[in-house]
Design a protein around this ligand. Structure first.
Ligand code: AMP
Ligand code: MG
Length: 392
């Protein structure tokens, strides 16, 4: 049994870059940038009005004073007339500031005293101008390689004209379930059968990273069938994930099947609960995870180990969202020789463990906002003491 941190290090040290590809805006959501993005223009590209109002010289804009209106400037037109002493131009939000003007008075702070005379009703305190290049300068780096693309990044990509986007290639994950007791979810389980719930959970977790994911079906607990399925998985995918068959039972043939194919097992027992019988193997530059069959174990180990591995392959600079927050109630566990992971909710800044009956408790995580991590040796956390929460 090795500590979880040591196992994670082994996994991450094996993460080989997934390569890159160029995609259009419509396919780039949540993908990881593989190159820095630079701006081809100043933003804004010209001095523009931040409000609907009247462009003029600040020294002419004292309250109660009247100015002569010389033109109207909609957004998207170039002003024809400069603003001289005692003059103003009506201007719309986003309109180009006319020469001579250094201030825009909001329309709300003015009144028309005749068809071409504007009077200011308030003392002027702000200029209401967005200056050229105040946000982005031409040539400036606007997005870093390794960024996972969120909606706000798309506005930046669009503004700098980056419509063909270099992103990390998504590793292809293949999922295999194992167990003679399993039937696919569309069937009603009879006798000693149960529904295969791990496969669709893992496929959903993989696609959420996001990565490409294929499901290769259920393998019976037979060394030959497992070997065949794993080699089929390796033929198509970069990473094969199996669930079940990795523990100490008489029919737990998964590690043996990996070895019979020539894969090298790098570890097969972790000091973590749930998730102890987790196996990681490499086969040339491909990788195989054998996750425990219990649904909570496979969910947790995917989050803690497979997801960071895939994100590192894609060069992501994203870190898990971890916070130390005060416990909302007293909490204790019986055994403390493994790291443990407990589903929790966070309410008004305090941590509350959810009902959790162990790794077969299929619905334990349905309302969890995060996982509370207790280190080896830690038995209890009293109300108000800090708990480590990793958000989902
Ligand atoms: P194993 O690791 O194969 O010993 O399985 C541990 C437990 O998880 C057993 O109760 C299995 O029936 C259950 N299990 C294994 N695979 C799955 C699966 N794909 N979906 C739901 N439960 C599973
Ligand atoms: Mg099994």
């Amino acid at each position: 049994m090795i500590p979880f941190e040591e196992a994670l290090e082994i996994v991450l040290n094996n993460a080989i870059p997934s390569g890159e590809e160029i995609v259009g805006m419509e396919s780039a959501a949540s993908r990881v940038l593989s190159r820095d993005v630079f701006s081809d223009i100043d933003m804004p590209p010209f001095d523009k009005s931040a409000v609907d109002g009247f462009a003029c010289r600040m020294q002419d804009a004292a309250a109660g004073m009247g100015l002569r209106l010389v033109e109207t400037i909609p957004a998207g037109t170039i002003p024809e007339k400069p603003v001289h002493e005692g003059e103003c131009s009506k201007i719309m939000t986003g309109g180009m500031l006319p020469n001579g003007a250094d201030t825009v008075i909001m329309v709300e702070d003015t009144e028309m005293s005749s068809a071409d005379q504007v009077k200011f009703t308030k003392e002027i305190t702000t200029r209401n101008i967005c200056y050229r290049a105040e946000n982005i300068k031409k040539g400036q780096k606007v997005l870093e390689k390794g960024t996972r693309l969120e909606p706000a990044h798309f506005a930046v990509l669009a503004s700098v004209g980056n419509t063909g986007i270099w992103v990390a290639r998504q590793p292809h994950i293949g999922v295999i379930s194992t167990g003679n007791e399993l039937v696919e979810p569309e069937h009603f389980p009879s006798g000693s059968q149960i529904r295969n719930s791990n496969a669709c959970q893992l496929v959903a977790q993989a696609r959420q990273i996001p990565s490409l994911c294929s499901y290769f079906g259920i393998a019976d607990d037979s060394p030959e069938e497992l070997k065949d399925k794993i080699s089929m998985g390796l033929y198509e995918a970069d990473i094969v994930i199996l669930t079940g068959g990795v523990s100490m039972g008489d029919f737990d043939y998964v590690p043996g099947a990996m070895e019979s194919l020539g894969a090298k097992i790098l570890f097969k027992s972790l000091a973590i609960q749930p998730g102890r019988p987790t196996v990681f193997a490499c086969y040339n530059d491909q990788f195989i995870f054998g996750l425990p069959g219990n649904p909570v174990s496979s969910f947790v180990l995917f989050e803690l180990m497979v997801k960071p591995f895939v994100l590192k392959m894609m060069g992501s600079n994203e870190q898990p969202r971890m916070l130390k927050l005060p416990m909302g109630v007293d909490f204790s566990r019986r055994k403390n020789y493994r790291k443990s992971v407990i589903p929790v909710t966070v309410d008004e800044g305090a941590v509350y463990p959810l009902e959790y009956h162990g790794s077969a408790h299929i619905n334990a995580y349905t309302k969890a906002g995060g996982m509370m991590i207790m280190d080896i040796g830690q038995t209890e956390i009293k109300k108000g003491e800090p708990a480590n929460v990793r958000f989902l």
